[in-house]
Ligand binder design. Structure first.
Ligand SMILES: C[S@@+](CC[C@H](N)C(=O)[O-])C[C@H]1O[C@@H](n2cnc3c(N)ncnc32)[C@H](O)[C@@H]1O
Length: 218
């Protein structure tokens, strides 16, 4: 079992569920880029890990030149790896990797409201439904009206946790664009569009509390 989030990322090398999840997330990022009107595309990634979902998509995508992105991640080793990838892709002027706390609204100032918001590996690391509601409510600060929000949620012990996520998203002003389970059957990936107004100021400085640990979380 991984001891920290850097080690957790090694599971991408061996775990089909994470490999399949990544493939779907990249498909949804590419879909969002393709669907974005001509001109600049702003992206934020919340708890970005090493950024492999976005960076792996931009590598071969014709809209990469239009993207300006901010990725926020607390683990400095993951940020270092992400920054090295950004450099190797020649995207250093367009993509910032912030080594900081993604739960704080201040770390998004100047990068939002975004056209694409990536919240992968986050919903399963919230304490309860109240915290999920809080985060979704606060997404009105991160998202432009019409923004694509890409998310994941693992299932466990036969409990389809993503059912609740979809219910809460639907009740919070998000419209489902697509939803898939991995072939392993225990990981959900969704893409929604934000159908309400964005807020110039956050409702709260702390957008959510990340309470997961790498040993148990996906
Ligand atoms: C399940 S991993 C997901 C990583 C990435 N989004 C992905 O899907 O591959 C959760 C990530 O959240 C990061 N994290 C945990 N608490 C954080 C915080 N307060 N601010 C920023 N990142 C945080 C961890 O370091 C870890 O990289």
């Amino acid at each position: 079992m991984p001891k920290d989030w850097y080690e957790w990322h090694d599971l991408y090398n061996t775990e089909p569920v994470l490999q399949q999840r990544l493939e779907i997330v990249r498909e949804y990022i590419a879909y969002s880029l393709n669907a974005s009107p001509d001109g600049a595309i702003r992206i934020v990634s919340v708890c970005a890990g090493d950024g492999r979902d976005l960076l792996g998509t931009l590598k071969n995508h014709p809209r990469a030149k239009d993207v300006s992105a901010r990725l926020v991640e607390i683990n400095s080793n993951l940020v270092e790896r992400g920054r090295a990838t950004i450099e190797s892709l020649g995207l250093i002027k367009q993509i910032e990797f912030i080594n900081g706390d993604a739960t704080l609204a201040s770390n998004y100032v100047g990068a939002v409201p975004a056209d694409i918001v990536i919240v992968c590996g986050v919903f399963g690391n919230l304490a309860d439904e109240g915290e999920l509601n809080r985060l979704l409510d606060n997404l009105s600060f991160l998202s432009k009206p019409g923004a694509f929000v890409i998310w994941t949620r693992g299932h466990s012990n036969g409990i389809p946790y993503s059912d609740n996520v979809r219910k809460v998203l639907g009740a919070s002003g998000f419209e489902e664009v697509n939803f898939q389970l991995t072939a392993t059957g225990d990981m959900a990936v969704g893409i929604h569009r934000y159908r309400s107004e964005s807020l110039p100021q956050p409702k709260e400085q702390q957008l959510f509390v990340f309470s997961g640990v790498p040993r148990t979380a996906r």
